[in-house]
Each structure stands twice: as structure tokens, then as C-alpha cells.
Design a protein around this ligand. Structure first.
Ligand SMILES: Nc1ncnc2c1ncn2[C@@H]1O[C@H](COP(=O)(O)OP(=O)(O)OP(=O)(O)O)[C@@H](O)[C@H]1O
Ligand SMILES: [Mg+2]
Length: 209
């Protein structure tokens, strides 16, 4: 299965969720992590991970633009799952990822800025669906303030549902454990400290992998 973690907005936690999903998938079978972002954050995480000696690791490769589709299509055949971390703007790379994916996961926060960018992203997704009829899209409520989780997400979820979008049950909150884990080339489970973060990621794995 090919997953693309996408948004046209930066900093929404695409890379954080992509590396967590890829690492969990790597425990279950051969997994390819495609870093499709010119900032190459997933590739940096993979290098820190090698240095820190954590395992198992997804096979990580950096691809750009149209190569995400062309190369990704061939490379992904040898793997149980492929996870693509696409860059945080509308680009050839993002569009390639959407053409290749079976499931696009879109991390969305709960603010009105997050709501505003959804319309533009939806247009891109609709276009991709004309060519990739397999494509499913699910919204992941991510970086949610745990204190206002229920009220804020409820508003956003009803907005997204009105837009005809499907929303994952798993919700990932803003938790310091995620930042710490990424810096160490690890996952929140591997650091073992942030129980809430660990539970949130487990719920996500069970729902999508
Ligand atoms: N659930 C979370 N809780 C706390 N911090 C988080 C969470 N998810 C991501 N972050 C932090 O937010 C910042 C942005 O996250 P990340 O790099 O995963 O987003 P991105 O969408 O890949 O960004 P970019 O568009 O720059 O590629 C990072 O500093 C990361 O550590
Ligand atoms: Mg990123």
C-alpha cells in the first residue's frame, strides 16, 4: 500500500507522522520511506536514526518532483508499504505523490487558518482523483491542543465533514514527546516517555496500517 502524507501548508506535522508510520510499518514488513520534500527532513531523521542505532528502519530514499511518481512506482513494488513525505506546498512533488498513492493522509490543525487552506488542497486532490481513481483521502487532526481538544476538533470536524472529507478517528495532540523523538531519530514509543503521544500514535497505526 502506498501512503502519501501531504498538505500545501508547512509545519502541519507531515514529516513527524510520516516517519512514525514508516517505522511502525517497518516492524510489520519491508517499508520504503520516500522523502519528497526539498528540505529533506525525513532523510535527516533517517541519518540521526542510523547514528542513534534505532531499528528497524524503513529504507529511506530522497526523490524530487516527477521522480516521486516515476521512480516511486517502480521502487515501491518491492515493499509491503511505501510512505511518501511530500513537501509543504503545491509542487510537482506533491502532485506526483497524489498520483501514486492509495491513501493520502492530510494532517490538519484546528485553527481557522487550517480551514482556509483546505479549499485549495481539495482542488488539487480532486484533480489527482481524475487520474488516480484509487486515491482515498483521510484527514488526520494533528498538533491539537490537548486542553481544547474536544471543543476545537468538534468545530473543525464538522467543517471538514460539510466539505465532504473523511476524518480519521485517531487524533494526534501537540506533545513535547514528538519533538524530542524526531531530534533523536526515534519514535515516541522508542523514547518511551510520553505515554499520551504513544497512545495517540498506536491508535493511528491501528486505523491506517
Ligand atoms: N504532535 C506534535 N506535537 C508537538 N510538536 C509537533 C507535533 N508534530 C510535529 N511537531 C513539531 O512541529 C514542527 C513541524 O513538524 P513537521 O516537521 O513534522 O511538519 P511538516 O508538515 O513536515 O513541516 P514542513 O512543511 O516544514 O515539512 C516540528 O518542530 C515538529 O517537531
Ligand atoms: Mg516536513
Amino acid at each position: 500500500m502506498i501512503y502519501a502524507i501531504v498538505h500545501i501548508k508547512g509545519g502541519v506535522s507531515k514529516t513527524t507522522n510520516a516517519v512514525h508510520l514508516a517505522t511502525e510499518s517497518a516492524k510489520r514488513g519491508p517499508t520504503l520511506l520516500i522523502d519528497g520534500d526539498p528540505q529533506a527532513s525525513a532523510a535527516s531523521w533517517a541519518a540521526w536514526r542510523r547514528e542513534a542505532g534505532h531499528h528497524p528502519s524503513p529504507t529511506t530514499t530522497v526523490l524530487r518532483g516527477k521522480a516521486i511518481f516515476d521512480e516511486g512506482k517502480v521502487l515501491s513494488k518491492g515493499f509491503l508499504n511505501t510512505i511518501i513525505d511530500a513537501g509543504g506546498r503545491d509542487s510537482a512533488g506533491l502532485r506526483s505523490a497524489l498520483l501514486l498513492a492509495d491513501l493520502a493522509i492530510v494532517p490538519v490543525g484546528a485553527s481557522s487558518f487550517d480551514a482556509a487552506t483546505m479549499t485549495d488542497l481539495q482542488e488539487i486532490i480532486e484533480m489527482a482523483k481524475d487520474f488516480n481513481t484509487n486515491l482515498k483521502v483521510k484527514i488526520l487532526m494533528s498538533r491539537i491542543d490537548p486542553r481544547t481538544r474536544n471543543t476545537e476538533t468538534a468545530e473543525m470536524i464538522s467543517f471538514l465533514k460539510e466539505e465532504g472529507l473523511e476524518i480519521l478517528e485517531a487524533v494526534v495532540c501537540e506533545r513535547v514527546g514528538f519533538r524530542r523523538a524526531i531530534k533523536e531519530g526515534a519514535t515516541v514509543e522508542e523514547l518511551g516517555k510520553d505515554k499520551s503521544a504513544i497512545a495517540e500514535m498506536r491508535a493511528l497505526y491501528e486505523e491506517v496500517l
